[in-house]
Write a protein that binds this ligand. Structure first.
Ligand SMILES: [Zn+2]
Length: 608
């Protein structure tokens, strides 16, 4: 019986019992055939999608993303970049408005069917809304077929042709992609160049192109011996003018991206745990300056080893770093990025950021529209941890850059709560502050609240329990609560849903008699948070205390525990059995785990 249950869980990873509740998610199987016409810049294709409804509801309509319709004058994406605000998106600016007709992007659907019956649909910008001929019943699998032509835009925001570093074609968000239906219903988010959300499943992609193009991206190439181009052990000389069909497959991914160019170099290495690492970049000196170095490949191998130790195993057979797009962007099993630049460390940290998304985005597929901070924030946290090791800094807390920037910005009136939907932030910078900075600091502070052991076991348990699913903040928090034995809902709410921030101060310290010291602390910031206090004695030794909040019903281990200090009290006096004459210095939050906006009042020293 036990065996049967186990195999059922393994077979149906999209429906499982998690935390006592039945968890479900929809399942997709894409079969895509496309033909690249590089004379007319068209991608003609057909798409077959097997879609399994694992929800308990019957679905009467359906939504698909047609992202490339955003690359047209007047689109919401273009509007967004030009909203009069001090935080305009200068990278896009009014580029799209200036595009000539043949530089626009568009996805023209000529036919859509479900199980061979026509689906009536209308398109509003990047979203196709279809009314189904029959309902999709709970547990039912249906097949959608779409015939379409894609006009490849001049590159803008991660996708298109003629990239800034001369890469011919970047195909990201390039196929009609079904929107996610989950516990919160459908998610038809019109694309404005922010984040993504997709169903997990299988991609089988056939791409036909001239034989002198080299392709790379998501998925394993299934016909390397027909293709060559560095994928097979033997090189193949293709006759000029012939066309090749590349067959890629990827399992347990929620998206598929690819890049094509005629002047790529392709190198391969292996991570220590056995994943194939592909490096694909242009031959010119500027592009290959750092990527051709063996050190870069060794650093990427060390990086994978570090991530697997700290954040859990990498579960795909391959990872590809490929030059293309604009800026740098993550896709399952791949990153597509600009690689030219003078600084090796900048290229490494950008690559490490995108690669860290394989965990927080790739394997842990949160809804980035609702919870952008769990994607960009957790990734930024991992990036800082990994760079700390790769650059041999090896400090306990490598997050001081975000901590000090936050302390300067926390009081700005334009800051929006981190829980704001990603598309609705008023400008790119407030969005970045919320998603990247406050998202990363969510983990930094959590580590300070629950302590090293429970924090790292939370991270690996989160990865193990939620891989290839769509975790929400509460799912993550519940694991942190179980690993720490603390109640933490107050922390999630205050840091993510409000603009409150911590600012704790030492008001004074004084001797009561020759055995007792009283220390008066003040909470200036509106956010209550537990406080670590280190007393450095004149003898040279140090005493570490932790002051929990009552709301936690627990405290960090390995510290002397003082009575709780609650959010209802602004001031609090703590009494220690210690002569004040013995004290050299008192520091609160000595390891900088708290985003305390003013650290000048965190230290007390006796006046001589
Ligand atoms: Zn990112």
């Amino acid at each position: 019986m036990k065996k049967i249950i186990l195999s059922a869980v393994i077979l149906f990873w999209n429906v499982s019992i998690l935390q006592g509740q039945v968890y479900w998610q929809q399942e997709v199987e894409y079969n895509i055939n496309v033909d690249l016409d590089d004379k007319k810049n068209l991608l003609n294709g057909d798409l077959k999608l097997s879609y399994t409804n694992n929800s308990s509801e019957s679905l009467s309509d359906v939504f698909f993303n047609l992202y490339w319709n955003a690359f047209q004058p007047g689109s919401m994406l273009s509007n967004m970049a030009n909203i009069p605000s001090r935080f305009k998106d200068n990278a896009i600016g009014n580029n799209i408005e200036k595009y000539k007709n043949d530089e626009w992007g568009s996805q023209v659907i000529s036919e859509m069917k479900m199980n061979d019956e026509l689906v009536s649909f209308y398109i509003d910008q990047t979203i196709l809304h279809g009314v189904l001929p029959q309902e999709i019943k709970p547990g039912e699998t249906v097949v959608f077929r779409l015939k379409y032509i894609t006009h490849i835009p001049k590159l803008v925001e991660r996708a298109g042709r003629e990239g800034p570093e001369g890469v011919a074609y970047t195909f990201t968000q390039w196929y009609p992609k079904i929107c996610v239906f989950d516990q919160d219903g459908w998610h038809p988010d019109i694309y404005v160049a922010r984040e993504f959300y997709g169903d997990y499943g299988t991609f089988n992609v056939n791409i036909t192109a001239d034989s002198d193009y080299l392709l790379g991206g998501t998925g394993m190439l299934m016909n390397p011996n027909n293709i060559g181009h560095g994928y097979s052990s033997q090189e193949i000389n293709h006759k000029k003018g012939t066309r090749l069909t590349w067959n890629f497959q990827a399992k347990k991914v929620h998206d598929f991206a690819w890049v094509a160019d005629k002047n790529f170099i392709h190198e391969k290495r292996k991570s220590l745990s056995g994943a194939d690492l592909h490096f694909i970049y242009k031959k010119d000196k500027k592009s290959s300056k750092h990527l051709r170095k063996e050190k870069f490949k060794e650093d990427i191998k060390s990086y994978f080893q570090f991530m697997e130790q700290k954040f859990g195993s990498y579960e795909w057979p391959q990872f590809t770093i490929i030059q293309g797009g604009e800026g740098a962007m993550e896709y399952p099993m791949a990153t597509v990025m600009q690689v030219q630049g003078d600084s090796y460390d900048d290229l490494l940290s950008t690559t490490i950021h995108e690669a860290s998304h394989m965990w927080f985005y790739g394997m842990l597929g949160t809804d980035e529209q609702q919870y952008s901070w769990m994607d960009e924030g957790f990734t930024s946290f991992a990036e800082d941890e990994a760079m700390n090791v790769l650059l041999h800094k090896n400090v306990l807390n490598p997050h001081n850059s975000y901590l000090s920037r936050f302390s300067k910005l926390a009081r700005e009136s334009w800051i929006e709560p981190t829980g704001t939907l990603a598309n609705y932030f008023d400008g790119k910078f407030p969005y970045q502050l919320a998603a990247y900075m406050k998202g990363s600091l969510f983990l930094v502070q959590l580590r300070g609240i629950i302590g090293e052991g429970p924090f790292w076991s939370t991270m690996t348990r989160y990865k193990n329990e939620w891989s290839f699913k769509h975790p929400t903040p509460k799912d993550f928090l519940r694991i942190a609560e179980k690993e720490s034995g603390m109640i933490l809902d107050w922390y999630l709410n205050l840091w993510i849903s409000t603009n409150k921030y911590p600012d704790i101060a030492i008001e004074s310290a004084y001797g009561i008699d020759n055995k007792t010291t009283q220390i008066s602390l003040k909470r200036i910031g509106a956010m209550a948070i537990p406080v670590d206090m280190r007393i450095i004695l004149k003898s040279g030794s140090a005493l570490d205390y932790t002051i929990p909040l009552s709301s936690m019903f627990g405290h960090k281990k390995g510290f002397s525990v003082l009575p709780p200090w609650n959010y209802t009290q602004l001031d609090r006096i703590f009494t220690l059995d210690l002569p004040i004459e013995n004290i050299e210095r008192i520091i609160i939050d000595p390891e900088n785990w708290t985003a305390d906006v003013n650290r000048n009042d965190n230290i007390w020293e006796p006046k001589d």
